[in-house]
Write a protein of this length. Structure first.
Length: 109
C-alpha cells in the first residue's frame, strides 16, 4: 500500500466523521426545541423532492465509450448522475440568486 492510498483512506475517514458530526450535533442541539426540527424536515423533504424531479427529467442515455471498462456506466447510473447534476445546478442558482437579493436588499436599506 502506497502513501497516497493511506492518505486517501485517511481523508475518507475524516470526511465521514465530519459528515456524521455535522448531522448529529445540530440534531442533538435541536432536541431542546422540537419546533426547530420542522424547518430541517421541510428542507430535507424539499431537497428530496427537487432531486426526484431532476431525476425524472434527466436522460438515461449512455454513450458506447462509457459502457465498457473502466466506467461500466449503466442507464440507471447515468440517470442518477444526471439527476444529481441538475439538482446541484438548481441549488447553486438558488444560492446565487439569494446572495444577489441579499446584497441588493442591504444596499437599499
Amino acid at each position: 500500500m502506497d502513501t497516497y492510498d493511506i492518505l486517501l483512506y485517511g481523508s475518507y475517514l475524516l470526511i465521514i466523521i465530519g459528515a456524521v458530526v455535522s448531522i448529529l450535533m445540530p440534531l442533538l442541539k435541536s432536541l431542546d426545541n422540537p419546533k426547530s426540527l420542522m424547518k430541517t424536515v421541510f428542507g430535507i423533504v424539499g431537497i428530496v423532492v427537487l432531486f426526484f424531479i431532476a431525476y425524472s427529467v434527466s436522460s438515461n442515455e449512455v454513450l458506447p465509450k462509457f459502457e465498457a471498462d473502466p466506467f461500466n456506466l449503466t442507464p440507471q447510473g447515468s440517470q442518477f448522475v444526471g439527476g444529481m447534476l441538475i439538482t446541484t445546478y438548481i441549488l447553486a442558482i438558488i444560492a446565487l440568486v439569494g446572495i444577489v437579493f441579499t446584497e441588493f436588499n442591504k444596499a437599499i436599506k
